[in-house]
Design a protein around this ligand. Structure first.
Ligand code: PLP
Ligand code: COI
Length: 340
């Protein structure tokens, strides 16, 4: 297979159509067999559930070329599980988990020439998503749905790659205590757009949302979970209203079993922020992006790791995680899914 003629190293986090997407339709109470398509457009009713009431959920994972020249994905079973839970919360028929994993493999294989070469710094982003496609005008779930997977080659999510970023404590709420923060619903991102546009205008890379009920505890950012380092401790948030990040759960394991750290998943009061040595955002898109400073309404919380480079422990976590994903370090059982 010959790779596409792309300047992989200069890719940002953007969309370009690739060779094939995957599509399956739900009608009369059942999912059809699903197939690859080269049509990257969608035609639906003007009154579709997704257009009127935002009935949509999605996932994000990546395909990597390893040092051995294989193409792999990372823990797709966890994305299948999370999308299943997301769909149920929005009264959508979940796409079967085993079929999700098979569809990911099929679409990555069809786009193998778009998987960035090992060492290029880029990866193939995989975006499974699902939406209500039939007409609804009263507020109720649609009867028909479409599940699709698109792929697109991407570079770093934050400009500057591994350079520490500055984020701000958000002025808006992201997730209500009994709301949808724990699932990957498009609506969570629609309501974050105003906040992120404002944050960018003010010179911040992301919003850090406190818990909506008390505004006193750290939750997560608009597109990633947050992690902290305190001595030999890996500290991260426990909350029912954050997305259960696959990356964060993997890093907890890496911290404990590869780096011998103590892992704490617990409530983190905003007042504790100045006590941490290092901070980072973690997610599929973000990988681990170091945070050098958190701005709390003018008050700057600067981490000792500084604004020049990743702190030493976050660097070790980053090297180990990406080493596992790209075949340089042996992976725990079941983490790497090879595409034949
Ligand atoms: N939190 C939010 C709000 C996200 O959008 C994402 C991205 O998927 C994450 C966390 C990170 O999750 P994961 O590591 O599964 O990509
Ligand atoms: C991901 O990391 O896959 C996400 O969905 C986050 C999004 C902000 C790009």
């Amino acid at each position: 297979m010959e790779k596409q003629n792309i300047d992989w190293g200069s890719l940002g986090f953007g969309y370009m159509p690739t060779s094939a997407s995957y599509v399956s339709n739900y009608k009369n109470g059942a999912w059809d067999d699903g197939a690859l398509t080269s049509d990257h457009t969608v035609t639906i009713s003007e009154c579709a559930g997704v257009l009127q009431y935002s009935q949509s959920v999605f996932e994000g994972l990546k395909a990597y070329e390893t040092v051995q020249g294989k193409i792999v994905t990372f823990r797709p079973d966890l994305n299948a599980e999370r999308m299943y839970n997301s769909a149920k919360r929005l009264e959508m028929p979940p796409f079967p988990k085993d079929r999700f994993v098979e569809a990911v493999k099929e679409v990555v294989k069809a786009n193998d020439s778009w998987v960035p070469p090992y060492g290029s710094g880029a990866t193939l982003y995989i975006r499974p998503y699902m939406f209500g496609s039939s007409a609804v005008i009263g507020v109720k779930p649609a009867d028909e749905y479409q599940f699709r997977i698109l792929t697109t080659p991407v570079g770093p999510y934050f400009k500057g790659g591994a350079k520490p970023i500055t984020i701000k404590i958000a002025d808006y709420d992201r997730a209500a205590p009994r709301g949808t923060g724990h699932i990957k619903a498009g609506l969570n991102y629609a309501m974050s757009l105003h906040a992120i546009v404002e944050a960018h205008k003010q010179g911040f890379a992301e919003n850090l949302y406190p818990d909506s009920k008390t505004l006193t505890k750290v939750e997560e950012t608009g597109g990633a979970n947050i992690i902290f380092i305190k001595g030999n401790k890996f500290v991260t948030v426990k909350s029912p209203s954050i997305l259960p990040s696959v990356t964060r759960r993997s890093l907890e394991y890496v911290a404990e079993h590869y780096l011998g750290m103590e892992v704490e998943e617990r409530e983190i009061p905003l007042t504790e922020l100045p006590e941490f040595d290092e901070c980072g955002l973690c997610g599929t898109a973000a990988v681990i992006s170091p945070v050098g400073c958190i701005n709390d309404h003018g008050k700057e919380i600067k981490f000792p790791s500084g604004m020049e480079k990743m702190g030493p422990t976050i660097q070790k976590l980053y090297d180990t995680l990406t080493g596992i994903q790209m075949g340089r370090i042996e992976a725990p059982e079941g983490w790497i899914c090879e595409i034949e």
